[in-house]
Design a protein. Structure first.
Length: 430
């Protein structure tokens, strides 16, 4: 019997929560097949089987916390795949009998199986393919395997779905899909009454949400955080985007967005005010000579900050593609640890949700974060004292006052404003 343990994930990750088992007891697995999804502080990762055989036992439940090195499952390397856990259990509990009636029933069952041909228990498929089949409602016995050994893989299931070969799911897959909501409900406590006899629902915070909450509080407790504001006239940026959007997309196969302008402006301002691209380590200030810009992204699991590496070396198209790639990974839960680690400065855009003004919290150990907001037309007094309706955006800079003085913070934000209001130089430089 081979034990499967929680592997070493990364230097900073020592524990996680089992988000979902991708296999069940009795499933046949090959070495390297994903068997469960583990939720960590930063990302969800798949844990793979390190031996081939049959899943003999799942030792941890979904929603249970585990640490690196914990034994989570056992694989019988000499076993053969069989039916579901329920089927195996019911067979083991059947009393032995040599009676005529049992023989007749057994004979009848064998005839039924012969008439039906190969049943779903004989299907050889990877755990990922089984999961995909459950999601799409595909009967694996109707899926053709392109693998010479007859092993069904996820892409085979997708081909079957696209070809309109959807069938009614087998009883085992139905049971699995019906059990899933029940398992999710186990994560929630039943509604209870408060001291005022009012109904409430208690829901356990996900590991990632707990980590986010802890770090946000730590950022406020361990830094002298202060926020300064300014407003930006977006007229020229909007006009430039309108003039160049078609040619830009045709040339680079991606849209020209606002974030690339602010990323370019932030890099330019950071070069002029390097303390905002630094961090504190003990009694030392570490001035970073690189510009890895974090982009705060809101997901269903909470806030994540993937990083656009070496933004100072990228042109507008490179920045837009980098942001788009990270956003896609975030939506599909495909961000890796390498996408989230590091970063020297962060930009967060609450404007996409309609935020008019906010004070962003530092992404420690960074000492600066730029907050963008909604664009609204407001009355603005022009240099000739006329009043015009202009598309305006409030911008905010939160900074660590321990190493960044108010003068530098105000000048940094003022420099961002100047570059955005006259963006043509930025575009030429990019």
């Amino acid at each position: 019997m081979k034990e499967i343990k929680v592997p070493e994930l990364a230097e900073s990750i020592t524990e996680g929560t089992i988000a979902e088992w991708l296999v069940k007891k009795g499933d046949q697995v090959e070495k390297g097949d994903p068997i469960l999804e583990l939720e960590t502080d930063k990302v969800n990762v798949e844990v793979n089987a390190d031996a081939s055989g049959v899943i003999a036992e799942l030792l941890k439940d979904e929603g249970e916390d585990v640490e690196v090195g914990d034994v989570i499952a056992q694989v019988d390397e000499n076993g053969e795949g069989g039916g579901s856990e329920e089927e195996t259990s019911s067979k083991n509990e059947e009393p032995e009998s040599n009676g005529k009636e049992e023989k007749q029933e057994s004979s009848g069952d064998e005839k039924k199986e012969d008439a039906a041909g190969k049943d779903s228990k004989e299907v050889i498929a990877t755990p990922a393919a089984r999961k995909r089949a459950r999601e799409l409602g595909i009967d694996l016995s109707e899926v053709s395997a392109r693998d010479p050994l007859g092993r069904i893989r996820p892409e085979d299931v997708d081909v079957a779905a696209e070809g309109g070969k959807k069938q009614e799911t087998t009883s085992s897959s139905k049971s699995s899909s019906e059990d899933k909501p029940k398992k999710q409900e186990k994560k929630k406590e039943e509604a209870k009454k408060t001291e005022f006899d009012k109904p409430v629902e208690r829901v356990k915070m996900s590991r990632r949400r707990q980590t986010i909450a802890k770090r946000l509080v730590e950022a406020q407790q361990e830094s002298a955080m202060l926020t300064t504001f300014n407003e930006v006239d977006m007229t020229n940026v909007m006009k430039l985007r309108s003039d160049r959007k078609e040619s830009f997309q045709k040339k680079h196969d991606i849209k020209l967005g606002f974030m690339s302008f602010f990323t370019k402006a932030a890099v330019g301002a950071l070069k002029e005010f390097p303390l905002l691209n630094a961090e504190i380590q003990g009694n030392e200030i570490i001035k970073k000579q690189f510009y890895d810009i974090g982009m705060a992204v809101s997901t269903d699991e909470g806030l994540v900050v993937p990083v656009v590496r070496d933004a100072d070396r990228l042109d507008f198209a490179g920045i837009e593609k980098g942001i788009a790639d990270l956003a896609t990974k975030a939506r599909n839960k495909e961000l890796g640890l390498e996408d989230l680690q590091g970063g020297s400065f962060t930009i967060t855009n609450g404007g996409i949700f309609g935020s008019m003004l906010s004070t962003p919290i530092l992404n420690a150990p960074q000492v600066g974060i730029l907050g963008l907001h909604n664009i609204e037309k407001r009355a603005k007094v022009m240099p000739d004292d006329t009043i015009e309706a202009r598309p305006m955006m409030y911008i905010a800079l939160s900074y660590d006052h321990r190493i960044v003085d108010g003068k530098e913070a105000v000048q940094f934000l003022r420099r961002i404003k100047e570059m955005i209001e006259d963006p043509y130089d930025l575009l030429l430089e990019g």
